[in-house]
Write a protein that binds this ligand. Sequence first.
Ligand code: GLC
Length: 535
Amino acid sequence: MTASGQLSTTDGSTWWRSAAIYQVYIRSFADGNGDGVGDLAGVRSRLDHLADLGIDAIWFTPWYPSPMDDGGYDVADFRDIEPLFGTLAEAEGLIAQAHERGIRVIIDIVPNHCSDEHPWFRAALEAGPGSVERQRFWFRPGRGPDGAEPPNNWKSRFGGSAWTRVPDGEWYLHLYSSRQPDFNWDNADIRAEFEDVLRFWFDRGVDGFRIDVADGLVKDPALPDVADGDETPFSDQEGLHEIYRSWRKIADSYTGERVLVGEMWLPDMSRAARYLRRDELHSAFNFDFLVCPWDVSRLRDVVTRTLRAHDDVGAPAAWVLSNHDVTRHVTRYGRAGDTGFSFADRLHGTPVSLELGTRRARAAALLTLSLPGGVYVYQGEELGLWEVEDIPSALRQDPVWARTAGADPGRDGCRVPLPWSGSAPPFGFGTGTPWLPQPDSWAAFTASAEAADPASMLSLYRRGLQLRPSLGSASLAWLDAGPEVLAFTREPGFVFALNFSAEAVSLPPHSEVLLASGPLEDGLLPTDTAVWLRR
Ligand code: GLC
């Protein structure tokens, strides 16, 4: 971005290498029409918040027409806007309005599956076994006498079997809910369709795509049974690279450096980095960092491994603490012991110290904002919001909750509508009753309350995002500041330190304190506190 806030054409080749990207989960951001559900009018009315925050781009979670079985990740039409959210014309207006403020726009694309209300899936149901319509999905006869057993033992990532039987006796594959049938990427129609969808939105000015389940599109066509936990036949299949090479060519054929960002939960970082070779995706979320517990050596190790794996392919790292799928990190860091996350183990009900979690979240914010590469900010993390764990069962909407019969509380707790202003719900979210209830205690965490408080999380994020572009080189060097201090330098002259020990420690040599995540104690760096220094 230039000083005047306009998108620059001269920095076009590198903006995504260090961008700060704000994730908007539309349903929960701001409600412009009073129906209790966030929408594009709400986003337009709150663009000032994002401009003041100092982010470079917005990533919108799916905004397409959808029955909302999975919050919009069940898409019924890839070329239009969900009526609850607005219209296509409004989306075009929003893209233009963001661009006027120097903010780029990334949208979600969901190529692994669609909604069971997508016309292609409806046609497949209607056309019956053996039809070309069914070949766009994974329809198979069942096993056992009468075919009453699913075709294989794959499990849905949301719980239960990955197969559902239709009235004519065939089964279809869904790695997520039964309302999200998986596409068959060996079918030429699917490839052509998504290339066209990319062009449709690039033509409307979007600056990039976040690719949902980017590692999962290609399946081993033998559909073999798997041992528990083995995802080999449906994750990280070699055939994916060819798809992303063709997508990269499309992105590169547009002006202004359009980007492709992969969502990939792969166990091996060097495998993930293969998708970031120069003719494939631009970047991918670093989930190893997200799930890393609050532990100095493990964090140092994950940062080192990340930078090395990315350097090998010439790609920037992308740091992320939270998103719409994981327990908010104030809560994760506020729990004793492991702060990891998995779909199966959300640790709800484990005691949480919000005070501890907040202190660590502030330090973690300064860490992610100062690491070389790009950074994602999930809506509400800039306000220091925590996971809402006491949502009444009857109001829970995540299919994970129902598919696990409540064993997994699901992801609603990180999707509660944002508090903007005022002292009671709906806290300026809109005029209607928010689709999930907000805690009364968020009165002190509204954007307007925090904007007025220099010690708030919001003020820390604003200052951090403002200073961030000046932090120096695209690499770091670790600094020895003691075994329980994470410290590094970025040239020229930037120094970072985070104290994990129980005692306050002295600051590394410096000429100036640029920013600290909490007050220093007599010039010392307290426990769970981070500082940015000028050498
Ligand atoms: C991704 C999304 C998640 C969604 C799933 C299925 O993991 O981030 O929200 O439920 O894909 O589309």
